[in-house]
Ligand binder design. Structure first.
Ligand SMILES: Nc1nc2c([nH]c(=O)n2[C@@H]2O[C@H](COP(=O)(O)OP(=O)(O)OP(=O)(O)O)[C@@H](O)[C@H]2O)c(=O)[nH]1
Length: 333
């Protein structure tokens, strides 16, 4: 791989790999996209598509990945790395949104490629980039693309007009968007491990969490990894209390499993609690504070960690249940 390729760990799905485009992809990319049936559905693709543009576009995607501005990736078959299309996200960092786009070469249609890779890219983005929302649009006459977006969890938000280079003007489109709750299949129903108690028809989920505080007075936040409900949000370390466990025992177990540290029960000081109604369950979450532990804090589950000054906690997107806790912590520390 040439040195100039951006550092991006490819995203894998069952059959495909989303990886940075390489200069060597240009010829095949050009062959696939220089097809009216493909180009006519894409807003930013001219038709005919000049061969040189494929080289220029690929070079620009590397720069934009390196700058964290956009992630336009090759969709390659895992078995033989054959390029079958492209999928990408263009970020608007200020608005904390990104626009999703994708296309698949005509010879590869009919295999369910778009939902497989676009869903993966959108879920990855919400879990790993500082985004709250992903938007997408599909030409009003492109029922296939609208169906893909719906299938991966996008909701239709309205209609509008958008310029299409290939059509030489503005065309009617349907607009779609997705937030975390739309894309996380588990979000609706985490199985409560604690004994269920019905509250307004919802089970109560007991979760123990801790504000670990370092000698400089900073609090540890962990980012929920892709695949979990609310992926990408920052939270206090902790987890569900299992049947037969006390909240303290659950926390000691979770801290060992997730962060590789040992905490004595006597070092867990009860501080506050969250009581919050999510759609599928009611969360009851005691929050402890802890300033002493043994071992080095290590992200054993690959989660991102951040030591945050109390005044900066507001800069981190956290689950709604945590908002009152953050305010209390800021006042207390
Ligand atoms: N640990 C933790 N969980 C929180 C916080 N805020 C909050 O709403 N939660 C919610 O509490 C629940 C914790 O469940 P979890 O899935 O992390 O529990 P776990 O570690 O046992 O996960 P697992 O069942 O995948 O092993 C999730 O629904 C999560 O969204 C928080 O600050 N810390």
């Amino acid at each position: 791989m040439p040195d100039s390729l951006p550092a991006f760990t490819p995203l894998e799905t069952e059959r495909f790999r989303l990886r940075p485009l390489r200069p060597a992809d240009a010829a095949e990319m050009h062959r696939l996209v220089n097809d009216w049936e493909v180009a006519k559905t894409l807003a930013r693709v001219p038709f005919p598509y000049p061969r040189d543009l494929a080289d220029e576009w690929i070079a620009s995607t590397a720069e934009r990945i390196a700058a964290g501005e956009a992630y336009h990736l090759a969709i390659a078959r895992r078995e033989d790395d054959v390029l079958v299309g492209c999928a990408g996200l263009t970020l608007d960092r200020e608005a904390r949104t990104a626009e999703l786009g994708y296309w698949v070469g005509r010879r590869h249609w009919g295999q369910g490629i778009a939902p497989e890779v676009a869903g993966r890219l959108a879920r990855w983005a919400l879990a790993n980039l500082d985004l709250d929302r992903i938007t997408a649009s599909a030409l009003t006459d492109n029922a296939r693309s609208a169906a893909v977006l719906r299938r991966i969890g996008f909701r239709e938000t309205g209609e509008g007009m958008q310029d299409f280079l290939s059509r030489g003007g503005a065309m009617p489109v349907r607009r779609f968007e997705a937030v975390r709750a739309d894309l996380s299949p588990l979000a609706a129903a985490p199985a409560p491990a604690a004994p269920e108690v019905a509250a307004q028809g919802k089970p109560i989920l007991l979760v123990a969490a801790v504000g670990l505080i370092d000698p400089e007075g900073r609090v540890l936040l962990a980012r929920r990894p892709e695949g979990k409900p609310l992926a990408g949000l920052w939270e206090f370390p902790g987890g569900k209390v299992r049947p037969g466990e006390t909240p303290e025992a659950a926390l000691i177990r979770e801290l060992r499993e997730e962060l590789g540290i040992d905490v004595a029960e006597a070092c867990l000081a009860p501080f506050a609690f969250a009581s919050h109604g999510y759609e599928a369950f009611h969360l009851l979450m005691p929050l402890y504070l802890c300033r002493r532990w043994e071992g080095q804090v290590t992200a054993l589950e690959g989660q991102a960690l951040a030591w945050v000054r109390p005044q900066r906690l507001g800069d981190y997107a956290m689950p709604p249940a945590d908002k009152p806790l953050v305010a209390l912590l800021r006042d207390f520390l």
